[in-house]
Design a binder for this molecule. Structure first.
Ligand code: ZN
Length: 187
């Protein structure tokens, strides 16, 4: 396990968090920057502009998928979840170098190429396997608008909606203030 996330989802989580809403940073803004992020993951892959484009598209669809794991988002909550992100993931997956592998060690999914497309194929493979073993729905995006950090929900009922106590508290304080404003307006 890496930082609370099952090992097979560590790369997916790290990739989803290449955008940091709170810090206002994004590792996918240039070929050089993406290359540096890959190096930091121990993946010294050459990056072409088309790779960056593909990574950007996959991350966008992935984050929509992860947002949809917050099944109890209150009505009116700003959401990144239009209905067609699954179709977009399906389209992207079709173009990735991925195949079923049968070896003495077991059966699985594996990239058939290296480079960035191979890495993205690995991410998609991890999504498929996590969906099968029931861990997928636990990888979520924090409901707090100013955070939107991807985290792994280890709670018993998979009922968390904030990445940590600070986001939860910030949200409760805000809700409390709003209630007070509404209350005093009525008074
Ligand atoms: Zn958060």
């Amino acid at each position: 396990m890496v930082g609370g996330v099952p090992e097979q989802l560590a790369l997916v989580e790290a990739f989803a968090n290449t955008v940091d809403v709170e810090e206002g940073t994004d590792e996918l803004t240039s070929v050089e920057r993406f290359g540096r992020w890959l190096s930091a993951q121990g993946r010294d892959e050459p990056v072409a502009p088309a790779d960056l484009d593909l990574a950007w598209q996959l991350r966008a669809a992935l984050r929509l998928e992860l947002s949809s794991h917050d099944t109890e988002a209150p009505a009116g909550e700003p959401t990144e979840v239009p209905g067609d992100h699954r179709a977009e993931l399906d389209r992207l997956a079709e173009g990735l170098p991925l195949r079923a592998r049968f070896t003495d060690g077991g059966v699985g999914l594996a990239p058939t190429a290296g480079g960035v497309p191979g890495l993205l194929a690995e991410i998609v493979a991890a999504m498929v396997l996590a969906e099968r073993d029931g861990t997928w729905a636990r990888l979520k995006i924090c409901r707090e608008d100013s955070c939107r950090w991807t985290y792994y929900d280890r709670s018993k009922n998979s009922s968390k909606c904030w990445c940590g106590a600070s986001c939860g508290n910030r949200n409760k304080t805000r809700a409390y203030r709003q209630r007070r404003v509404v209350g005093s307006a009525r008074a």
